[in-house]
Design a binder for this molecule. Structure first.
Ligand SMILES: Cc1cc2nc3c(=O)[nH]c(=O)nc-3n(C[C@H](O)[C@H](O)[C@H](O)COP(=O)(O)O)c2cc1C
Length: 197
């Protein structure tokens, strides 16, 4: 693969928050999950679990669990997520990682599931699917609606569908600002230190 080809895989991903009526078949959902779980995990404990939701009433329950988001356009909840034909909720079964790492497994399992979510997002973008990682939710409420046991923590709500909107890549900090050679060299900008101790 050329550098350009590798870059194009990543350059395609951006959060998309509007969906057409087109559905997604089960095979595609399975593929997304297969791609997700190629992620590394602490001790290969693979704490991930995925809830695949197509039911409109459960989607509406999920909306009720969301907070007012930056992109909510004046509402009180993130209503746009219910327009996705499929919502996948990626969860961490923390008992699995705790079995090897004790309490440290709690954070480890979150990191593992975050890696899996990122894989899923990249796979989705390359299948020309629209998706956005939604983390603005009330965890307790969401657990109740999805009947998650106490050891299973929801990490990301992932509304997925097709969009008529072209994904727009947001700017990123320049590589030379965030890359250090051999040891750390402070490159703080005014914006970074404004609220820091
Ligand atoms: C952990 C996490 C939680 C997020 N929660 C929300 C959310 O609740 N609602 C939303 O619209 N976007 C959410 N996002 C998406 C971010 O707003 C988005 O990734 C960021 O603005 C960068 O844009 P991009 O994904 O298009 O590159 C979340 C992203 C992450 C990683």
């Amino acid at each position: 693969m050329t550098h350009e080809e590798i870059w194009s895989i990543f350059d395609r991903r951006a959060s998309v928050r509007s969906f057409s009526d087109r559905t997604i078949d089960d095979e595609t959902v399975d593929l997304l999950i297969q791609c997700a779980v190629t992620a590394p995990s602490n001790g290969n404990m693979q704490p991930w679990e995925f809830i695949v939701i197509r039911s409109q009433s459960i989607k509406e329950n999920i909306v009720d669990c969301t907070f007012l988001g930056y992109h909510s356009k004046g509402g009180t909840h993130q209503n746009w997520i219910k327009d996705a034909p499929v919502i996948i909720v990626a969860c961490a079964n923390q008992k699995r990682t705790r079995a090897r790492y004790g309490e440290m497994g709690n954070i480890g399992s979150i990191i593992d599931v975050a890696a899996a979510i990122q894989n899923l997002l990249i796979a989705a973008a390359n299948l020309k699917l629209a998706c956005c990682w939604v983390g603005g939710f009330d965890e307790g409420m969401l657990k109740e609606h999805l009947k998650l046991p106490p050891n299973v923590k929801p990490i990301g709500v992932l509304p997925i569908g097709y969009s008529t909107e072209k994904p727009v890549r947001k700017n990123r900090l320049k590589i030379d600002l965030i890359t250090h050679t051999e040891t750390y060299h402070s490159k703080d900008r005014k914006e970074d230190t404004k609220n820091a101790n």
